[in-house]
Design a protein around this ligand. Structure first.
Ligand code: CA
Length: 391
């Protein structure tokens, strides 16, 4: 079987009045870089690469660097292809755009490989420990035009938080870091009161703080029973991560901006995180995921993938989540304590909601793992044409 064709699509959906903010930036649109690989006997695989930056550079690497190596070549095991591509681009592409492009191609190749072998991807990367995954809602960003006038937004914030509990979520993630600690703590207090004591709360800073501010924030958050504190300091500051982690009893999460087994090795050796958050579309795809997960388990670090993109990214994350062993093993499973949870983005994103013919939806607080061969998804080509164009 040979690779016949590789197409890259850039999908964009402007959000208009629905735009929202993290501590770092506004989100005026959602976008995704989608890769479609077709074999000479008609199997089609889908992948997605990158989550935060502009999609064009990732598309350029797929089109101009990786595709020429694969087209008209015999299809190999995706791990072998990953190793060859990484070796070819190592001197200039150990992190960032190149790894995001490798991720997109790797996910599409595993989709094809699964269809060839008639097995869902999770069967091929370690087996299935669960058919459904507890979901946490990612929401409660800064919203509205007057984003800094936080006091006016508190009733709406409470309403939004409560809507997730009403929808069946038992875990909610909110944003901090755009305002002063005092102002953000008022938002945390508003949400904690809205969701009550029985819903777990995760707090994401998007690396808004230096170490002493992060330590101060963590101290304040300890009063609100916070389940994890995400990206307290910039991802490069591994010593800072360790200092914040040793200063608080709140577990520290991070890693959505980290790449490959080599990046995560350094995060683990540095004692930086309790929870590692590789994004499958960013950190190297399924092939690299297996190495990161193995490393994490040897360091006693829990892995909960970061998920942000279209329905393809969500499906990819669910396959790896199915394959994570309960950690540590007990005769029972408790979400996050020893059972993985899936990030279920609740911000507006038509690409997540419309791209798959059968969208992946919440059922009783859990999300089902696709069970069909490969990624187990069917992409709606009309939606590709509606929002996207070929690069
Ligand atoms: Ca995050």
């Amino acid at each position: 079987m040979k690779v016949k064709n590789i197409q890259t699509y850039i999908l964009r959906t402007p959000l208009g009045n629905e735009r929202f903010f993290s501590s770092q930036c506004s989100f005026p649109e959602r976008n995704s870089l989608i890769v479609k690989i077709e074999t000479d006997d008609g199997i089609i695989g889908w992948g997605e690469g990158g989550q935060y930056g502009p999609p064009e550079p990732v598309a350029a690497v797929v089109k101009h660097v990786l595709s020429p190596k694969l087209i008209n070549k015999e299809l190999q095991n995706p791990i072998r292809i990953w190793e060859q591509n990484y070796a070819d681009t190592r001197d200039f592409g150990q992190k960032g755009t190149y790894i995001e492009a490798l991720s997109a191609v790797d996910i599409a190749l595993w989709d094809i490989y699964g269809q060839m072998l008639n097995k869902p991807v999770h069967h091929l990367i370690g087996g299935s420990f669960r058919e459904n995954v507890f979901a946490y809602a990612t929401g409660c960003y800064y919203r509205g035009e007057d984003v800094l006038n936080y006091k006016d937004s508190l009733p709406k914030l409470a309403e939004e938080a409560r809507s997730y509990v009403d929808a069946g979520f038992r875990i909610l993630k909110m944003k901090v870091g755009l305002l002063s600690i005092e102002e953000d703590i008022e938002r945390v207090k508003t949400i904690r009161e809205a969701i009550g004591p029985n819903t777990s709360l995760l707090v994401d800073c998007n690396h808004a703080y230096n170490v002493f501010t992060a330590v101060k924030m963590a101290k304040e958050l300890e009063k609100f029973n916070v389940m994890w504190l995400e990206e307290p300091v910039v991802p490069e500051d591994r010593i800072g991560y360790r200092e914040v982690r040793s200063s608080t009893n709140i577990p520290i999460a991070g890693g959505e901006c980290e790449f490959t087994r080599f990046g995560f090795r350094d995060l683990f050796l540095g004692g930086c995180v309790d929870i590692a958050q590789p994004d499958i579309c960013v950190s190297g795809g399924f092939s690299e995921w297996m190495k990161i997960q193995a490393l994490a388990s040897s360091f006693g670090v829990t892995v909960i993938p970061h998920v942000w993109g279209s329905g393809i990214a969500l499906a990819a994350a669910l396959h790896v989540l199915a394959s994570i062993p309960p950690s540590p093993h007990t005769a029972n499973t408790v979400p996050l304590q020893n059972e993985p949870i899936v990030e279920y983005d609740r911000n507006p994103n038509p690409l997540r909601d419309e791209l798959l013919k059968t969208p992946i939806t919440l059922q009783n607080g859990k999300v089902p793992v696709p069970q069909n061969p490969g990624l187990g998804i069917e992409v709606n080509l009309d939606v590709i044409s509606k929002y996207g164009s070929e690069f």
